[in-house]
Ligand binder design. Structure first.
Ligand SMILES: Nc1ncnc2c1ncn2[C@@H]1O[C@H](COP(=O)(O)OP(=O)(O)OP(=O)(O)O)[C@@H](O)[C@H]1O
Ligand SMILES: [Mg+2]
Length: 328
């Protein structure tokens, strides 16, 4: 896969394993992608495909039983795999920030929002306490808190889910990271609040020089936010292309299935049809194409060998042996 000269993040042949009592499971199975300067890349796929494990691998926040087994994660050319804990802690926050589905997991319940924000900002940006407070207030205002001093005095549990996620966003943005990773940042919020927080994220991304990895189930969100899309299935990338190509000319039957099962997002495809069956469990993948059992156009050869990810047109990679150009 070609790399951009201005790549911020290059993930190369990344493989992540989890050890349980009996065996080692490959959760992320050799993935490659690049995020350029100012680029928003969406990572999509059904539950259990390995999206969060990919982002936790990049951040090196894997659970104790997990490890990167192979590959590289290069941030502005520097390989993060193998960095000492202390060096990696410096990268997190300062160079890569992350917002999660449930903001409470990354907020400390016993400290006020102000303490958490200013401590983080001071540490990352080497500012005085007063400067950190001013910076915190600027960002709290930008995420829609007109009276930031009041929010700074609050404890996390006193805020609603949407407010907490906006605080997390302000904390992430205040440190001016090169890369923001957002893992389903609105999934846990009420539908009306989701749209509000998404708008806010989109505006901040457009106004900043940041690159973004945006993880979501929701292809409607992808259409609004992303420049490029990486579709994952069973731990591997099955298709990657720019956002227009994904919606107008999806080539992998799985991508087509995702589009057909998303309301109002079928593109050229008309009917709303769920994908039959479920993602195979990790460690129980078939020898051939991992999607073959659910695929409407699978042939015998699909079950024989795992297809390679091939470049079908510039920037459009597909892991499928069927030539689906004309079929819909
Ligand atoms: N700590 C763990 N131990 C064992 N298996 C795990 C662990 N964490 C995740 N997995 C497995 O790894 C696979 C990928 O999980 P991951 O959380 O990356 O999926 P995801 O694509 O983010 O799904 P979702 O959309 O539900 O967030 C799943 O099959 C999951 O069961
Ligand atoms: Mg996840």
């Amino acid at each position: 896969m070609s790399t951009l000269p201005d790549a911020i993040l290059e993930v190369k042949s990344l493989r992540t394993v989890i050890k349980d009592k009996h065996r080692e499971l490959t959760i992320v199975d050799g993935i490659d992608f690049t995020i350029g300067t100012n680029e928003v890349v969406a990572l999509v796929g059904e539950s259990g495909c390995g999206k969060s494990m990919t982002s936790l691998s990049i951040m090196q926040l894997l659970p104790k039983s997990g490890a990167i087994d192979h590959g590289e994660v290069r941030l502005k050319g520097r390989n993060l795999v193998g960095l000492k804990k202390r060096e990696m802690a410096r990268v997190r926050g300062r160079q890569i920030a992350m917002i999660f589905q449930e903001p409470m997991t990354s907020l400390n319940p016993v400290l006020t929002i102000g303490t958490q924000m200013t401590e983080g900002i001071r540490k990352q940006l080497k500012l005085t306490k007063e400067e950190a407070v001013t910076t915190a207030d600027q960002w709290l205002k930008r995420v829609g808190f007109p009276e930031p001093a009041r929010i700074r005095k609050e404890y996390p549990h006193r805020l609603s889910g949407g407010m907490r996620q906006r605080v997390m966003l302000a904390m992430a943005m205040a440190c001016k990271p090169d890369l923001l990773i957002a893992d389903e940042p609105t999934t846990a919020l009420d539908v009306t609040i989701q749209a509000q927080v998404l708008d806010m994220i989109r505006n901040l991304i457009q106004e900043s020089e940041m690159s973004v990895l945006f993880i979501t189930h929701d292809l409607g969100v992808v259409a609004e936010m992303a420049n490029r899309v990486v579709v994952m299935y069973a731990g591997q990338i099955v298709e990657t292309a720019d956002v227009k190509a994904i919606f107008m000319e999806p080539l992998h039957p799985y991508t087509r299935g995702l589009l057909q099962s998303t309301p109002k997002m079928q593109g050229k495809l008309e009917k709303l049809v769920p994908i039959p069956g479920t993602v195979p469990a990790v460690g129980q993948y078939p020898a051939g194409c991992r999607f073959a059992d659910r695929c409407p156009v699978a042939i015998a050869a699909c079950k024989e060998a795992l297809p390679e990810l091939r470049e079908r047109s510039p920037g459009h990679h597909v892991r499928c042996i069927r030539d689906l150009g004309g079929i819909s």
